[in-house]
Design a protein around this ligand. Structure first.
Ligand code: DSN
Length: 407
């Protein structure tokens, strides 16, 4: 049944059209399939279910309990985890709940610096994490753009943090979970893996799973995992109770049961054989783009990618990330501006852009389309573009996107 509110209905129509007519390379975005959207719009949204299956503070939760258990069991099976909590409303909140479970305020958290690819909720001074804990930042190596595990080990030995968090928002290389776990164990720290960006690639078997190594693993559900907005926390059995209590009643109230329904659907989709192909293709496509950018003399932080994303350093091209973002939008392409390690520019107008392949791989783009897209992006960021040039690229992209509609 169409929405009666014509104002909202029109905005939904326009947003769907915008998404369909945009070549989306924002590394953290994807297209949730119809069955996920339907679960999100289901009557589960009406139900209050504070508590956990079998232990709720409201009546009428017989069916909701089955739904939450289904999502929990699917998450445990997919990621081979000992325990799963599917109630976290978002990634930042999930990280807060994890810190509250594992640390006292003022204790030390060791995390990748935001400008080196980390995340706001990994200790940035403006965030709750940076305000409540003593933050020790590790960085990528200046010369290689990669994590240097020897340096991280040495830093951990000196600082002896309570928690080490590994995982990133703008780091293109595969993370060595095993090595992080050895370091964490040797200094008596908990290891938290934030796989929000790569969860779909891990679920599809294209990247290694941190669950055997990390004490706690957190992922959002709407990025490469292709589900609704939300988050899952996976952990070892011994931590199950503190993590659950930290989410509820420690931090949240009633869970969003319709989102949990969407998460359950997404986890089933991600366990299917065709999702393995998706995960593999997302990385193949990303590597193909990186190779093409290099042909145009564009620098990539760390020199390439092992994952779904890459950060282009535009310093040599003498164009800022924000200007690049705007020029690309004019051609019908969305990317996100990004800091580069030790950026001298501000985060609002940094020196790089981050490019990711999960969304367009969902729409069916293959290497051929990604290579052509990389050529167009390169032409735009290395050349002097008139409005007319951008219009020509826009027309080409519009034509291309018609063959790959959002389903
Ligand atoms: N904002 C997300 C990203 O783009 O990586 C992370 O929260």
């Amino acid at each position: 049944m169409p929405i009666k509110d014509t104002a909202v209905r029109e905005l939904i129509r326009r947003e769907a059209q915008r998404q369909n007519e945009t070549l989306n390379l924002i590394a953290s975005e994807n297209y949730a399939p119809r069955d996920v959207l339907e679960a999100l719009g289901s009557p589960f949204t009406n139900k209050y279910a504070e508590g956990y299956p079998g232990k709720r503070y409201y009546p009428g939760n017989e069916i909701v309990d089955q739904l939450e258990n289904l999502a929990i069991n699917r998450a445990k099976k997919l990621f081979k985890a000992e325990h799963a909590n599917v109630q976290a409303l978002s990634g930042g909140g999930a990280n807060l709940a994890i810190y509250l479970a594992l640390m006292q305020p003022g204790e030390k958290l060791m995390a990748l610096k935001l400008s080196h690819g980390g995340h706001l909720s990994h200790g940035h001074p403006v965030n709750f994490s940076g305000k409540n804990y003593k933050i020790i930042f590790y960085e990528v190596d200046k010369a290689t753009g990669r994590l240097d595990m020897d340096k991280i080990r040495a830093q951990a030995e000196i600082e002896k943090p309570k928690v080490i968090i590994a995982g990133a928002s703008a780091y293109a290389r595969e993370i060595n979970w095993k090595e992080f776990s050895v370091i964490a164990k040797s200094v008596g720290a908990y290891l938290v893996a934030d796989i929000s960006h790569t969860a779909g690639l891990i679920a599809g078997g294209a990247l290694k799973n941190p669950c055997p190594y990390a004490d706690v693993v957190m992922t959002t559900t709407h990025k490469s995992l292709r589900g609704p907005r939300g988050a899952i926390i996976l952990c070892k059995k011994e931590l199950a109770s503190v993590i659950d209590k930290s989410i509820f009643p420690g931090f949240q109230g009633g869970p969003h049961m319709a989102s949990i329904a969407g998460i359950a659907v997404a986890l089933k989709n991600a366990s299917e054989e065709k999702f393995k192909t998706y995960a593999k293709s997302t990385i193949i496509n990303s590597k193909a783009m990186a190779k093409e950018f290099k042909k145009f003399g564009i620098d990539i932080i760390s020199g390439g990618t092992d994952t779904h994303l890459m950060v282009l350093d535009l310093s040599k091209q003498n164009i800022s990330g924000k200007i690049a973002e705007e020029l690309l939008v004019a051609a019908g392409i969305t990317v996100s501006r990004s800091t580069i390690p030790d950026d001298t520019r501000s985060p609002m107008d940094p020196s790089g852009i981050r490019i990711g392949t999960p969304a367009m791989t969902t729409r069916g783009f293959k290497e051929k389309e990604f290579i052509r897209t990389a050529q167009i992006i390169s032409a735009i960021i290395t050349g002097k573009n008139s409005k007319k040039d951008l219009k020509v690229f826009r027309e080409e992209i519009t034509k291309l996107l018609k063959k790959f509609p959002v389903k």
